[in-house]
Design a protein around this ligand. Structure first.
Ligand code: FAD
Length: 317
């Protein structure tokens, strides 16, 4: 079932969903699946699974030279989607990224997803390589999410990259990312919004936002999207503050503002357990207001921990 169909069927009731990150290469998958099992109590109709690009590592050789090797540190997105569907009877939403893939490799992966019966994909450009700092497309790959959306749309029409004859169409419902506090590379808010609109015109059927801690940022974003003629559902992405360190780390990584009130509350805490509790209370307050506003889904970035998301969900559902 498509994410948009879940939203339609909910008839205005706010749904609960989560995003998970594949484990580091070589770690046990059951640990990840066990960690989200308690959250199934809140009946997420779909679960997102992130995708991570290759990173180049420098491996010293016996001859003294250094070999540069591309490695995917968190492989397994497609397999995890299959396990999720089987174990929890939820729809899986794999993230599909431009970075690190040629168009042909992407086409093959989309077939894997299609053969598994997956009808959803969150289409992203992907983060820049850590070592490079700026995004570079792989030769023969896409540079922007909007280009990848066009490829998926073509497959949904039975058009493949190098085949003359029509293929069996895929049936992907396409989601994309949106940034209430602007994407960090965009020159200004309005250009960022115009590119978001381009993604919707290319075929995106819903938007999931970057995390934010100040609901006003989300409300303004929705207002600006609607004024720009973007009418698709806008799902808020949420992450509970969990450590004092995150007060500075999250703004740095995700380019967001921490509200002063939350900072002050967290700074009063003597331990990270107390900060976690502040994060839970803030999350509950945020979610109640978002439900009141009429958001279609509350989408949580679990980042490998689910106890605080659990407590927030208990507080609001
Ligand atoms: P795009 O929409 O392609 O935009 C990238 C930048 O280019 C923006 O500044 C935009 O304004 C600009 N732009 C867009 N189109 C054009 C154009 N045609 N011409 C010029 N400029 C343009 N990263 C991962 O690696 N894996 C994941 O699984 C993942 N999941 C995510 C999930 C969510 C909900 C969110 C919000 C982000 C996720 N990310 C993930 C991070 C994301 O890949 C990065 O934020 C990335 O830097 C931008 O991706 P995008 O799809 O928004 O890019």
């Amino acid at each position: 079932t498509k994410v948009t169909e879940h939203i339609q069927r909910s008839e205005g009731q706010t749904l609960f969903s989560i995003e998970i990150i594949p484990p580091l290469k070589g770690q046990n998958i059951n640990q990840l699946l066990d960690s989200i099992e308690p959250l199934m109590e809140f009946k997420p109709p779909f679960v997102d699974v992130t995708y991570h690009r290759e990173e180049v590592i420098d491996k010293p050789q016996p001859n003294g030279l250094v070999q540069r090797i591309p490695v995917r540190k968190r492989p397994g997105t497609v397999g995890i989607c299959a396990r999720l569907m089987e174990r929890f009877k939820v729809d899986a939403v794999p993230h599909v990224i431009c970075g690190g893939f040629t168009k042909e490799e992407t086409e093959d992966m989309l077939f894997d997803l299609h053969y598994l019966g997956i009808d959803n994909a969150l289409i992203l450009r992907g983060d820049p390589e850590k070592s490079a700092g700026v995004f570079r497309a792989k030769t023969g790959g896409h540079a922007y999410a909007s280009e990848l959306i066009s490829q998926v749309r073509d497959m949904n029409r039975g058009v493949l990259l190098h085949e003359e004859t029509e293929a069996t169409p895929t049936n992907f419902c396409i989601g994309v990312a949106g940034y209430p506090e602007k994407h960090f590379e965009a020159a200004n808010y309005d250009t960022d919004l115009s590119y978001l609109k381009k993604k919707v015109e290319a075929g995106a059927e819903y938007i999931v936002t970057q995390m934010f801690f100040d609901n006003q940022k989300y409300f303004q974003f929705v207002e600006r999207c609607r004024a720009a003629g973007i009418t698709v559902p806008i799902i808020p992405g949420l992450k509970p503050l969990a450590t004092r360190n995150q007060l500075t780390v999250l703004p740095r990584i995700f380019h967001l503002d921490m509200p002063q009130e939350l900072v002050q509350e967290a700074e009063k805490c003597a331990t990270n357990d107390q900060v976690r509790q502040v994060g839970i209370e803030w999350g509950i307050k945020q979610c109640k207001e978002l439900i009141e506003f009429g958001v279609p889904v509350l989408h949580f970035y679990t980042m490998g921990k689910s106890d605080n998301v659990m407590q927030i969900a208990r507080g609001v559902f």
